[in-house]
Write a protein that binds this ligand. Sequence first.
Ligand SMILES: NC(=O)c1ccc[n+]([C@@H]2O[C@H](COP(=O)([O-])OP(=O)(O)OC[C@H]3O[C@@H](n4cnc5c(N)ncnc54)[C@H](OP(=O)(O)O)[C@@H]3O)[C@@H](O)[C@H]2O)c1
Length: 328
Amino acid sequence: MPSIKVALLGFGTVGEGIYRILNERKEEIRQETGYAIDIVSILVRDTAKERLATPGIKITDDIQEILSNSDIDFIFEAIVGEEPAYSYLTEAIEKGFHIITANKTMFAKHGSALLKHAKVRDVHLGYEATTAGGVPIIRTVTSLLPADRVRRVRGILNGTSNFILTKMREAGIPFNAALHEAQVLGYAEADPTDDISGKDAFRKLMILSALAFGSQPNWRDVPVVGIDAVTIEDVADAFKNQLRYRHVADISIDEKGALHGSVGPVLIGTDHPLYGVDGVDNAIIVETDHLGALTLVGPGAGMYPTASAMVGDFLQMIGKRERVLVNN
Ligand SMILES: NC(=O)c1ccc[n+]([C@@H]2O[C@H](COP(=O)([O-])OP(=O)(O)OC[C@H]3O[C@@H](n4cnc5c(N)ncnc54)[C@H](OP(=O)(O)O)[C@@H]3O)[C@@H](O)[C@H]2O)c1
């Protein structure tokens, strides 16, 4: 049976999730695709760190061991931050590897360049996991675009912020106590700045803007406000009036083609589609000419939702590869 060789860049929450899913579903994938999936290398920062045993797989801190291995077909990228991820993926695409990434910080800034590069080199580039984790928003918008026109995309793109706002309302506790609970439960990072400042939601919004409208607004023109601006008194007043705070990232296009974006807390009433979206869930409303409004709700982060979005990209790519092989 033919095999597909893959490498993982990063073996933290997401990388380990990919490893687990590819192993747990090994047999189903083999039967469905006709390929045995062989993880050959994993890139980490610290090879001495204790981690899940991965028998037979080379653990390395040298990216060139992976990029110089022409047996590898696919690279899953789940490391952190803009660099060195962007340089690694640029080189990988140039060398003809297919790529699947979860790295939203890198992709918000460099996604368009990488997609262009991938097209030129005729390789696949999947990025479903960069935005709203397990919610298939990239696939949904991609499939709508050929026959429809997206006018507006808005929603809750940061589960940590939504959890904190929910906890403040339900338990009547202040922001700091709700944030502490999010950290204890593992929903918030030790350094939660990007989540609570709105930066994380902003990056995902820019990825959606590039996809839905083919461009991003000037980043400086998008006001970004975090949930740390919302007090327990604000939440209580809203509750009395049957309103709820949601942290909403919003991007739309006007008749002249100008983009308008914003990220920040918004008060919404009972008839709003985001009113009932509590806890760590994400929710995205896509408005198009033909569909009206479509809302997707689901887990926006975590090991399995994020890794399964990446494996979903991977299997879709293998399917496309297979069709090419059959057609030829
Ligand atoms: N966690 C989520 O729910 C989630 C959801 C959506 C998207 N993402 C994105 O997915 C990516 C991975 O997130 P994560 O939560 O899995 O992070 P993580 O738990 O901190 O793991 C990061 C992994 O990348 C490795 N790494 C970091 N920088 C590296 C470098 N310069 N060279 C080689 N290896 C490096 C680390 O190596 P060591 O193990 O040696 O430290 C670690 O194995 C991030 O870009 C994140 O934004 C995460």
